[in-house]
Design a protein around this ligand. Structure first.
Ligand code: 3HC
Length: 287
C-alpha cells in the first residue's frame, strides 16, 4: 500500500526530520505539535538541510520549494490526521506520554491506518497497550539525521499483525530506506543494545584514565571508520537519551549496562550535548 498522506506527531529533531524525508519522497505531510513555538526551529532546520541538498545539486531550488510546501505544520491533531494513510509518532521518549498519544491516535483514526512509534528503546507492546487496536502499532526506529541515515529498524510488537509489520517495512522502503526487523520487542531492540554496549565501554575506558575522549573518538573514526566517535555521537544525540537508555538496559540485562558516573554527573549538571552547548565537549564557541 503506497502512502500518499503521512501524519507525523511531534516536531522535534526526529519528527521534523521524518517529515522532511517523507516530503522529499513526494508524500503530503502534516506535522503536529502541541505548541507552534516548536515549529520555528523545525522549519529552520528543514530549510538548512534542503539548502545543503540544493548546494550539492541533488535537489533543485524549485524542488526544494515544493518539498517545503508539501509540509503542513499544525497544532490541530484533527487537521494532522485527516486523510492520513499512516501516522508516525515522534514525541519525547517518555512511556506515559507516548501511551497518551496512542490512546488519542487510536481513537481518532480508522483501524486500518498504520500507527508507528519512533523510539530507540521503549517497549512497542507497552506503548500499544494504550490503544484499543494494539495490533496496528509497530516500531519504526529512525536514525539522526533521518534524511541522511540509510536505515530504519522496524520492530514487531507482541500483538503487531504480519500485515501491519509488512506495511511498516513498505513505508520505510517508500521513504528510500533499507530496513532490518527486530522480531521480538526486547529492550534496546538490535541497534540501541549494540551501540550502548560500545558507548558505555568507551566511557569506562575514559573514566579509568586509560585514554582521553579525544583519543577514544579518534580510535572509533580511524580504526573502525565510524563517522563519529562515541563521545561526539553522544553529544549529537543527547546525553539524557543515553542515560535513559543505559538505565532501561540495566534493568533488562543487568550491571553490564549500568550508567557510568561521569555520564550521570553530566546529565545532572544539564550538560546534555550540542543542544545545551556542552556535553562531553564544549560547543559554546560554535554556532
Ligand atoms: N541534511 C542534509 N544533508 C546532510 C545533513 C542534513 N541534516 N547532515 C549531513 N548531511 C550530508 C552532507 O551534506 C554530506 O553530504 P555529501 O557527503 O554528499 O557531501 C554528508 O551528509 C556528510 O556530511 P558532512 O561531510 O558535512 O559531515 P557532517 O559532520 O556534517 O556529517 C553526519 C554529519 C552525516 C551526521 C555524519 O557525521 C554521521 O553519519 N555521523 C554518525 C551519525 C549517526 O551515527 N547517527 C545515528 C545516531 S543513533 C540514533 O540516531 C538513534 C536514536 O534513536 C538516538
Amino acid at each position: 500500500m503506497t502512502i500518499s498522506t503521512l501524519a507525523v506527531v511531534g516536531s522535534g529533531t526526529m519528527g521534523h526530520g521524518i517529515g522532511q524525508l517523507a516530503a522529499m519522497q513526494g508524500i503530503a505531510v502534516r506535522v503536529f505539535d502541541v505548541d507552534d513555538a516548536a515549529f520555528g526551529r523545525a522549519k529552520d532546520s528543514v530549510k538548512g538541510s534542503l539548502d545543503r541538498f540544493v548546494r550539492k545539486g541533488t535537489v533543485s531550488q524549485d524542488e526544494s520549494e515544493d518539498i517545503v510546501n508539501r509540509i503542513v505544520w499544525t497544532t490541530d491533531l484533527g487537521v494532522a490526521l485527516d486523510g492520513a494513510d499512516a501516522v508516525i509518532e515522534a514525541v519525547p521518549e517518555v512511556l506515559e506520554l507516548k501511551q497518551k498519544v496512542f490512546t488519542d491516535l487510536d481513537a481518532r483514526t480508522d483501524p486500518n491506518v498504520l500507527l508507528a512509534t519512533n523510539t530507540s528503546q521503549l517497549s512497542i507492546t507497552s506503548i500499544a497497550s494504550a490503544a484499543k487496536n494494539p495490533e496496528r502499532v509497530t516500531g519504526m526506529h529512525f536514525f539522526n539525521p533521518p534524511v541522511v541515515m540509510k536505515l530504519v529498524e522496524v520492530i514487531r510488537g507482541t500483538l503487531t499483525t504480519e500485515d501491519m509489520l509488512n506495511r511498516t517495512v513498505d513505508l520505510a522502503h517508500q521513504l528510500g530506506k533499507e530496513t532490518i526487523v527486530c522480531q521480538r520487542d526486547t529492550p534496546g531492540f538490535i541497534t540501541t543494545r549494540a551501540i550502548m554496549a560500545l558507548r558505555l565501554e568507551c566511557i569506562r575506558i575514559f573514566e579509568e584514565g586509560i585514554a582521553t575522549m579525544e583519543d577514544l573518538d579518534k580510535a572509533m573514526r580511524l580504526a573502525f571508520n565510524h563517522p563519529m566517535g562515541q563521545f561526539e555521537l553522544n553529544d549529537y544525540n543527547g546525553l539524557d537519551i543515553a542515560l535513559q537508555g543505559s538505565r532501561n538496559l540495566r534493568e533488562a540485562y543487568g550491571e553490564r549496562f549500568a550508567p557510568p558516573p561521569s555520564l550521570v554527573a553530566r546529565v545532572a549538571a544539564g550538560q546534555l550535548g550540542r543542544k545545551t552547548g556542552s556535553g562531553w565537549y564544549d560547543y559554546s564557541d560554535s554556532k
